[in-house]
Every structure is written in C-alpha cells, then in structure tokens.
Design a protein around this ligand. Sequence first.
Ligand code: FRU
Length: 494
Amino acid sequence: MNDKHKNLIKLAHQSIEEARKSVEDNHWSMNFHMAPPSYWMNDPNGFCYFNGEYHLFYQHHPFSPEWGPMYWGHAKSKDLSSWEHLPIALAPSENYDKDGCFSGSAIEKDGKLYLMYTGNVWTGNNHDTDLLQVQCLAVSQDGIHFEKISENPVIEQAPEGDIHPFHFRDPKVWKHEEVYYCVLGSRTKDHVGQVLLYRSLDLIKWDFINVAAKGEGNFGYMWECPDIFPLDDYDVLMMSPQGMKEEEYLYHNLHQSGYVLGKLDYEKGILEHGEFQLLDYGFDVYAPQTAIDEEGRRIMIAWMAMWESEMPEQSHKWAGAMTIPRVLTIEEGQIVSRPVPELKTLRQQGDSIGNKLILGEHRLQGFEGDSYELELVIDAKGANEFGIKLRVDEDQTEETVFTYNRSEGMFTFDRNKSGKGPKGVRRAPVNLVENKLHLHFFVDRSSIEVFINDGAKTMTGRIYPEKKSLGIMLFSDQEVEVTHLNKWNLNKSI
Ligand code: FRU
C-alpha cells in the first residue's frame, strides 16, 4: 500500500476512535444494525460473501458526521447478525480519486477480493456540473488490506452517444459464463436516468456494450447505484432514481429505490423489462446492494437514511445506518423481502400473548423496549381502522403510529409524533389475507422496519424518540382479535 494511502487511513482511525465514546453514550446509537463506529455513513458498497464470511463496505466520512471526501469503511460477519468492524479499506489518496472513493462493488477472482469503485474529482465548485468520475480497482489477498492497481483508472471516460460525460458512477460487477460484466449509473445529456453495461475478460480492460435500460416518463434525472442479478426466472435491475415526482401515495421521498423485472440480452446488452416498483414504502431506504451467498440466497442491504433528511444523531458524532439484511425472492411478479433468519440468534427474553380482543386503545403492560423484534397477527373481524403504536411515552406525547385502513386498502407509517428529527406519513397498498394482517417489526434505538404480510411490502424509517418512550399500544375502531403476538428483546450485535 503506498504511504499516502496508509497515512490517510491511520489519520482516519485516530479520528474515529476519538468520537467513539460520544456514539456509545447516545441513546439513539444502533444495537443490532450495522452502523459506523463513529461519523458519517452512506451507501453499502462491496457487499459480498468471501472466504466463508460476509463483507460489507460502506461510504464513510471518518472526520465528521457530514458527507465529505469518501472513504470505504469495512465490516464483516459470519452470520449477518453480529458484525465486526475492520480497518478502513479505501482512502482518497490518488489523483484520480482525490475527492472521494465513491460507491462500488466487490468480486472474487483467483482467490483475491477486488473492489471496483468510482474515483471522484471536483473540477470546480458546482458539484452538479464540475466533476470527473472514473472507474477504478483495488485488490486484496486477505480481504482486509487493499492496494489500488497500477492500471487505474480502468474505465476513464463515459462512452460516446447520448450519455452524460461526467455523471457516471457506482459500478456493480458480476460474472456470467466466465465473463465479467458491470453496470454503471448514468444519465443522458439532457438528464434522463439510465444504466450502462460493460464487459471484461480480466476486470482490467472493459468494453462498453450498450445502454441496458433507460427511464421513460416520470423516472428521474439520474439512476444511482444500479445492481443487476438473476432471481428466479428474471434478471432484476435494482436502482436508485433521483428526482422522480410524487404520484398519489408514491415517491414522497427525495429519491427512490426500486426495481424492474426483465431479461438481459447479454449479446445486445439490453434489458427488456416491466414496470418500476418500489422496494420499500417507508422513508429511509436508499442505494440498496445485493450479494449472493453460499446457499444461493440473494441478500439485500440498504442505507437506512435519505439524502438531505434531518439526522439528529449528528450532534452525537455519527450519522447513518444500514437496514437489516433481507432475503429477496420473487412471488407473483413482485420482490418479496424477508429478514434473514439468522437474526433469530439475537433473540433474548421473549414474551407473548394470544387471542386478545382489542377495542379502542390498549397499552400492552410489560411489553416495552427500544430494541426488539415483534411479530403479530391481527384478525380484522368487522373493523375498518386498527393498528399499533410503538415507542410511546407515558402521556402519549411521543408515539410512532402504524395504521391499517380497510376501506382505503392502505397501511400507514406515521412519524409525526416520533420525537426529534424528520416527520411525515408514508402509505403502502396492503390487502388483508383471510381477513388478517400480519406484521413483523424490527425496532432498534432510532429505527423501525416493518415487514407486512410476510414481506409482501416493507416500510422503513428512522425515528428519534426520547429514551423513556418505550411503550407499545394496540388500537381499533371496532373489535379486532390479536390471534398471536410475540416479542423478543434483541441483543447488542456490534
Ligand atoms: C448514492 C451516491 C452515489 C455515490 C455516493 C457518494 O447515495 O450519491 O451515487 O457514489 O453516494 O457518496
């Protein structure tokens, strides 16, 4: 590793250490979610399974809780439940990446782990127009210490055609029939989101094949962080479009994360695909990335935050976290995401109730907490509107409310009374199954993820309640029956 790279990493580690205590003392710091040891985190990068362990890298600014010149933070896990922080993998040390090692991915070749990422250089003060982005590689024998290769950058310029010359980033690399492919996030010259497909035999020399997919209509001005992978009978393109406009209950976040299902023609480099669908209907899922493991499971993890959203944890010297890892499958033409079953190893003391009738509002005595898993099935009987409130304090000044409304066919996540930080309501279309609603919550100290009807829909959001807001309440406009409810406190995992 060259001296400049080594020194930057050393300074970064000192800085992270100095801020660690402030993060540990903060009641919003994560218990079982992957989060930075301190300071800033955004996109997951290089998520992969290498030598029997899961590796997760991430966009990291180790000198402040704000975004800045990007480093790649690094953690690994044997079971996707407990994570171990590792030394920083990449620092912006070279002329071609001096203003940031932007997002990218990882692939194993000849027993070594390669990271492919975007080198970012600002050429002026306007970050929208004055930038130069190139694609680069770094390699490691042990999966921990990385060297940038001498051939960098391996993709120096955006291809000719209706392709914006500068916004050209976030390589996701994979192997298909002995050939390497990668997709890059891009936009046309007049700002329509698209993805570019490349091919290589050795990861070093890359040939542009085609624009694999391009937005039409309300589909944003730039697609960030694309990922293409086979799942069941489809090729899935997952991407994060910037700038889609609100439509009814859809696209209320600043940027979106979603997917299209299709079939990739590897020769022509074109993905024929269907409609765009959201991956999560909540507030805070961005830049998801997937990895395939030894069992052939396709696992997704995403940044659990949103650009330009208020992040109250910044005053405690950290910002950002990852979602829990989710296993993806396709059912009835849609992606279904479920929590990885390994998370069960974090379960501590459990409590349950069965067959409880609810009418009006009811506080569940003894069911409190700020870090737990909660699974319940509600038989709606004749009710129209019912739901659950989490992180409720004594006088209900604070509460995070999840409501099902049968006549609207909508499930809502309301964080208007969740405490500090960003507010708002998000809605997801949900049908009852045999007149029942199945909810599976993962509540951490400043986040809630809910899997609705066994992963048919998910909603994710950051919340910043007071330490004392720990209660759980059920409510309904007519009598409903909670047929079962299980809660487990979850252990600290990092
Ligand atoms: C997405 C993104 C990427 C970029 C990275 C920079 O959140 O904007 O397109 O590579 O973040 O940190």
